[in-house]
Design a protein around this ligand. Structure first.
Ligand SMILES: Cc1ncc(COP(=O)(O)O)c(C=O)c1O
Length: 393
């Protein structure tokens, strides 16, 4: 069955046997993978067309960013977020993980501290130690079904060696779109303590709550921009993470120089197809993007509704991303990942994000797949409720 738009998100594409990290994890097992953050949809037709054309050319030499690309990014950031940037502020990268690791390398020196708020996308947790930096983790707070920063604890935890804050905005895994007030308060703390902000905004075009808008941290003010390195990519929204193309926006020339020095000689060029896909995504895919958001909103509602009916599971309203952050603490399950895998659902362990007692469910998949996964989940919870799971184990 097709969805209402002319784009097809309903067809189940068989990803088995395609060396997909997500699907190959469960090779030979009847487990629906809902873990790593890529979607099971084909990329937009305009991207596929652009890649096909590029492949037809047949020569894949060292490639510069397409001449149009910087201008397209500059105008897109202005159109979408009212954020005015200059073309020279852009640094192209093969990925965001590379980007925030490079930031850890570029900012401060051995033994300095890097702060982040947890739970958080797990490579944030390992990046500081890759460069001899100490990680300071400050828990996010959940109050009245809303995750937020604990500003008092952030302020208290800043030490004389704290040089950098790694921010995930919108937030993976809690799915928040931070308000101007929240971002301003955080930025003020960073300004007071002379900390650089690395703002990972990879999920910025996946806003599901129509009342919310993404605010790039660096767009708050010129002085915040001066201490901010923003990381972005088309890869999450247009489902091209396997094509390795991302960018940093750094308005402060000295900071940009440090960043470029940190990647020099060790970070490879962006590949030709990644550039082509990014250009097509940002220039030609607005309709597909709108249709995707509608589809994901309906998927999110399905997940939220199903979870609300499962005993002892809960989730706060999800404002962005296609990743549901589900609280399983009340269910008393010792190993939630193994528990759900036993019934054919492969989610990601909250402990990976420094959020034990939670699981992360990726609903970026056709509705048929999601229905089946939720049916299996409900079955698993029902067995738990009646004690049958103990007998199975
Ligand atoms: C917050 C965040 N940053 C970065 C990445 C990965 O970025 P990349 O594949 O460009 O290294 C992800 C992927 O899930 C993510 O959620």
């Amino acid at each position: 069955m097709k969805n209402d738009s002319s784009f097809d998100f309903d067809t189940v594409v068989n990803r088995r046997g395609t060396d997909s990290a997500k699907w190959d994890k469960y090779q030979g097992r009847d487990i629906i993978p809902l873990w790593v953050a890529d979607m099971d949809f084909k990329s937009p037709p305009a991207i596929l067309r652009a890649i096909r054309e590029r492949i037809e050319h047949g020569v894949f030499g060292y490639t510069l960013p397409p001449s149009e690309l910087n201008a397209v990014v500059v105008s897109r950031l202005n159109d979408q977020y009212g954020w005015e940037i200059e073309s020279e502020w852009l640094v192209w990268l093969p990925g965001l993980v590379t980007g925030f690791n490079a930031v850890c390398r570029a900012v401060g020196s051995d033994g300095d501290d890097v702060m982040t708020a947890v739970p958080v996308y797990h490579p944030f947790l390992s990046a500081p130690a890759n460069f001899g930096r100490r990680l300071i983790k400050v828990p996010l707070m959940e109050t009245n079904w809303r995750w937020s920063f604990d500003f008092d604890r952030i302020e208290e935890s800043v030490g004389p060696q704290t040089r950098l804050f790694l921010l995930c905005s919108p937030h993976n895994p809690v799915g928040r779109v931070f308000s101007a007030e929240e971002l301003t308060t955080l930025a003020r703390i960073c300004e007071t303590h002379d900390m650089i902000i690395c703002s990972d905004e990879i999920h910025c075009d996946l806003i599901l709550d129509p009342e919310k808008t993404h605010i790039p941290t660096a767009s708050l003010s010129a002085s915040v921009a001066d201490r901010t390195i923003t990381l972005m990519s088309a890869s999450k929204t247009f489902n091209t993470p396997g094509l390795g193309c991302a960018f940093a926006v750094i308005s402060n020339r000295a900071l940009r120089k440090r960043f470029v020095r940190a990647i020099a000689g060790i970070v490879p060029h962006v590949n030709a197809l990644g550039y082509v896909a990014t250009l097509a995504a940002f220039r030609d895919c607005a309709d597909w993007h709108a249709a995707l958001l509608d589809y994901l909103r309906a998927n999110r509602d399905l997940v939220a509704d199903a979870i609300s009916q499962m005993p002892n599971l809960s989730m706060a309203p999800l404002e962005a991303t296609y990743l549901a952050w589900i609280d399983v603490r009340k269910a008393g399950i010792e190993n939630p990942i193994e528990f759900f895998e036993a019934d054919g659902i492969g989610m990601q362990d909250g402990a990976d994000f420094d959020g034990p007692g939670f699981v992360r469910l990726n609903f970026g998949c056709p509705r048929e797949t999601l229905h089946e996964a939720l049916r299996r989940m409900a079955g698993a919870m029902e067995k738990l409720d009646t004690g049958c799971w103990m007998l199975d184990a």
